[in-house]
Design a protein around this ligand. Structure first.
Ligand SMILES: [Zn+2]
Length: 292
């Protein structure tokens, strides 16, 4: 059975109506509100589970994550700017997430993306004055110029490309040895998903594609991306790899992809290449292609 996409399935009700009601928000703290225990952006864990504490009111800024089934408010603390790194997740964090419940990973991912944004956006981008948390943390307001600022989600396209039964995968220099994965890149202002897919593949591999199809999406809180997975077809397999972006790109046969994915299930590297981790939406793209 296909595992859920990591960082989806947050069980909390985001309760938008509560966010804009300061009295209801304040009442949630009194009625057993829970504050997520974090070290900067890292989760504090006990037996592989998130740790929540009951506090009457937070000491610093806190964001409202949502309500559980009992109507209890769940919050997360905004760290200091020096604790809000945008560096990729550590190996230790991945090890910890691997043992966690899917719903808890999703709660943590939402909390990390949101509190990290607050920590890095304390000043107004329009006038430079300090801003204050508003709407339970789903907005920051500038009292000097009246601007409102909203938490960012940066869309990224990630795509598998097919040509006559083979799949195009690439390697970034930062990847683990032998790892190949789907090509990816940020969507630019003024682009549709389909246009971004076509541009990125052409820029990175010199391949023109057609029939771009949406497959799935994944929130990726490092620091605030939304991965949009797509599949596309190429008529001409000739590659011109942009080595400023990719170490390598090549076509893999269905048999090679099957072998690499089967090896990944055993926690091993494949023969032709090492398949992406199951926590990445790229894994789902490859699994989707094999199922078709
Ligand atoms: Zn301002």
């Amino acid at each position: 059975m296909r595992p859920p996409i990591t960082f989806t399935g947050n069980p909390l009700d985001r309760a938008d109506a509560v966010r804009s009601d300061p009295a209801r928000l304040a009442a949630l703290w009194v009625r057993g509100g829970r504050l997520l225990q974090m070290e900067g952006l890292e989760p504090s864990l006990a037996s592989g589970a998130l740790v929540w504490s009951e506090v009457a009111a937070p000491e610093g800024e806190a964001v409202f994550l949502g309500l559980d089934e009992a109507g209890i408010g769940h919050f997360a603390p905004v760290p200091s700017p020096d604790q809000a790194s945008t560096a990729p997740p550590s190996f230790n964090l991945w090890q910890a997430l691997n043992g966690m419940d899917d719903g808890e990973i999703a709660i943590y991912g939402a909390a990390r993306a949101l509190v990290g944004w607050h920590a890095r956006h304390r000043f107004c981008a329009r006038c430079g004055a300090g801003t204050v948390l508003a709407k339970g943390g789903w907005q920051r307001d500038c009292e000097a110029c009246g601007a409102q600022h909203f938490p960012r989600t940066d869309p990224v396209v990630i795509m598998s490309v097919e040509h006559e039964g083979r799949l195009l995968l690439g390697r970034q220099p930062r990847f683990p040895p032998h790892r190949y994965s789907a090509l990816a890149g940020f969507i630019e202002p003024g682009e549709s998903i389909e246009e971004a897919v076509a541009r990125e593949i052409y820029e990175e591999a010199g391949v023109k594609v057609r029939d771009v199809r949406y497959v799935a999406s994944q929130p990726w809180p490092f620091p605030s991306s939304l991965m949009i997975a797509a599949h596309a077809f190429a008529d001409d397999p000739a590659l011109t790899v942009d080595h400023s972006e990719l170490e390598d790109a090549r076509w893999f046969t269905r048999e090679e992809v099957v072998e690499a994915m089967t090896a990944r299930d055993r926690g091993e590297d494949g023969v032709a290449f090492s398949a992406p981790s199951r926590t990445a939406v790229a894994w789902h793209l490859l699994a989707d292609w094999l199922e078709d």
